[in-house]
Design a protein around this ligand. Sequence first.
Ligand code: SF4
Ligand code: SF4
Length: 169
Amino acid sequence: MEKMDEKNGVASLAELRASPGYPSEDRLESGAVAVMECIQEIPCNPCESACRFNAIIVGEPITNLPRLVAEKCRGCGECIPVCPGLAIFLVDKGYSLTEAAVSVPYEYLPLPEVRATVDALDRRGKRVCSGRVIRIVNPERNDNTVVVTLAIQKKYSDQVRSFRVTDRC
Ligand code: SF4
Ligand code: SF4
């Protein structure tokens, strides 16, 4: 298996796919689902109690990697802002015929506007493609972690995990 990039500590897609929080390709193709990119055995579990559908299991010991019970996931995205590691995303490969929707946690200012065009970035912060902001969720309970949903070309849905606000519109 391709290993974590030792230079910048970013996990490879193969490593993430092999982890218990990453949904299968079949589940990804079947509609919006949480994608948990958490592969460090650290004492952490707020994602488990955030999911009211019991689709996330950490259990005991608390250092277990979170496991996604993908068939229970309703794609609500409520687990995204509770993760202190900003390691949970929502991917909807069926957003349209040509586009996927990817929801990411975002803690920078300024926030983009809905319908803005942004630079969609990969896990290393490198530009992948343009993205269009289609939703911003920012209730007080999210404690300044905003969930931004981008529409991007479907073929990039396994790569895009962040974005950068641009001046383009
Ligand atoms: S997206 Fe919703 S249903 Fe799915 S794991 Fe997260 S909180 Fe649970
Ligand atoms: S809250 Fe985030 S960092 Fe903590 S166990 Fe869950 S996915 Fe991992």
